[in-house]
Design a protein around this ligand. Sequence first.
Ligand code: URA
Length: 214
Amino acid sequence: MISRGKVTVNGVKVNVPEMKINETEDRVFLCAKHILYRQYMYIMLNKPVGVVTAVRDELSETVMELLPPELKRRKLFPAGRLDKDTEGFVFITDDGDLAHRMLSPKSHVEKEYIVTLEKPAEEFYEKAFAAGLEIDNKELCLPAKILFTETPYVVSLTLTEGKYHQVKRMMEAVGNKVVSLKRIRIGGIALDENLAPGECREILHKEITSLYAN
Ligand code: URA
């Protein structure tokens, strides 16, 4: 496209592909469209049940295999895991620093789940979760927030950390069992309702600022 004269830098047509630019200052246009430089990519995927949250897996399909070619980029990885039988919001990025901060319990980034239970939810869960539940007689959870819905078997649960099988183990600790689980929000970013299971979209850089805004 450069040799066909379709690219301009600062208003001047260029025809040398090896030309070096300053990616933050030079204005690059392709076919009159302004091309913006992005150091990192952020992707929201609606993970379906049955897919593993990993970069590679010998046996099962991975979340990375669901990305369309135009969103595939080297070094992308899922920041945080959902179990194979959990669906919903998986955040995929190549920004290691942001992923690290987002996953640290110290950052208090909320993760909200819709939980379908085997038995109706009981009122005492609210206080037990808010106080910080002990699971498996040794691990102490940070305070979590439960919201009851019109359906006694369905609750919303918001955590600020991500222990192994945490929602399932918390529900077992109060004598219940998770039937299905869906993550619908990370920080201030809600799972896009227009994304069918298996679909993804780029998260805009301006949305990223709300990641820390619970
Ligand atoms: N808690 C779980 O038990 N499983 C998940 O996939 C996420 C949170």
